[in-house]
Design a protein around this ligand. Structure first.
Ligand code: SF4
Length: 324
């Protein structure tokens, strides 16, 4: 009885779904003059229907330069927020508002404000994987593509807080030789990879090269012959003469790796337990059906208080200026 009532309610909210969701989304895209931006960690269907796929830096650039009226962000909440900060007058849609991020959640604004106050005179460099409130408290935003480049442009005598990812922060500190004050946040996906299983895979596939995202823990990074952002890993895997790769980041990227190099073999780095914990549970909340419904209903919409939007814009603009 209860199940029937729920089904009737859902049906009333959604209406019947079209048989061909790809075609229906294409039609809505024209009607709305919308642009579809999708992150590499999304399901293959969502990557294939997007106008642009990329990592956080590339998608921020696309969001900053679009002349579309509506931005549909097929990614997680902080990414759609970034698009809204860059385009306060545009409608920004996220197919599922629950698509959050464990890393962003590991840096609550109140606690971070106290941390910042305890380190006066420090410049705050924040990884883009944080909430709009944290961005508003930051001096410069960075992504995994440009973090080293940005920190290298800051005068040596200037002390720096790096937030929220401790693993990326540790990697940036090593690469730049800087003594960064790290906020102790992390991503549940990138901390799940098993060093033991990666070593086992290397024994089974001695020809394979390990490539890893800097959000991984040092125990995984030390086995990688190449470390970089998702885009950098994609480019490296195409350019390398190697034919087999063990990929230590969210396995959604393997769809593009395989498309661009069909002859190569990409093995996802496994988590310690026999689960799918190497897949981002937040990214996977987005589906073609939810994308269609978001465009049809023009919601869920991302909104932000004006003072947060204004304060968060400057550090994002600084990033875009410093990473050209
Ligand atoms: S993979 Fe990690 S950092 Fe990326 S969106 Fe998911 S939880 Fe956040």
């Amino acid at each position: 009885m209860f199940t029937t009532a729920l089904a009737q309610r859902d049906s009333a909210q959604t209406g019947a779904l079209p048989d061909d969701l790809f075609e229906a989304i294409g039609t809505l895209k024209k009607e709305l003059n919308a642009v579809l931006l999708a992150h590499y960690y999304q399901d293959p269907d969502l990557q294939d229907i997007a106008d642009y796929i990329g990592d956080s830096l590339e998608l921020s650039r696309k969001a900053a330069n679009t002349d579309a009226d509506v931005i549909v962000f097929v990614g997680v909440h902080f990414m759609a927020e970034t698009a809204k900060i860059l385009n306060p007058d545009k409608l920004v849609l996220l197919p599922d508002l629950e698509a959050g991020c464990s890393l962003a959640d590991s840096c609550p604004p109140d606690a971070f404000a106290e941390f910042k106050a305890a380190h006066p005179n420090h410049l705050v460099v924040s990884y883009i994987n944080c909430s709009a409130e944290i961005k508003a408290m930051s001096d410069i935003i960075c992504t995994s593509s440009n973090a080293v480049k940005i920190v290298n442009q800051i005068p040596k005598e200037q002390p720096i807080i790096f937030a929220p990812d401790r693993n990326l922060g540790r990697y940036v500190a090593e690469q730049t030789g800087r003594d960064l004050v790290l906020w102790q946040g992390s991503c549940i996906v990138h901390e799940t990879f098993s060093e033991r299983k990666i070593v086992q895979l290397k024994i089974e596939h001695p020809e394979a090269e390990v490539i890893a995202h800097p959000e991984c823990e040092p125990s995984v990074l030390r086995h990688a012959s190449y470390i970089g952002s998702t885009t950098a890993l994609l480019k490296y895997s195409q350019a390398s003469s190697n034919q087999t790769f063990i990929v230590a980041t969210e396995p959604g990227i393997i769809h593009q790796m395989q498309k661009q190099a069909p002859g190569k073999r990409f093995i996802p780095a496994p988590p310690e337990s026999n689960c799918a914990c190497n897949e981002c549970p937040f990214m996977r909340l987005n589906t073609l059906e939810k994308l269609y419904l978001a465009m049809k209903n023009r919601q869920p919409e991302i909104t932000l208080p004006e003072e947060i939007q204004v304060a968060a814009l400057r550090p994002i603009q600084r990033m875009l200026e410093m990473s050209v």
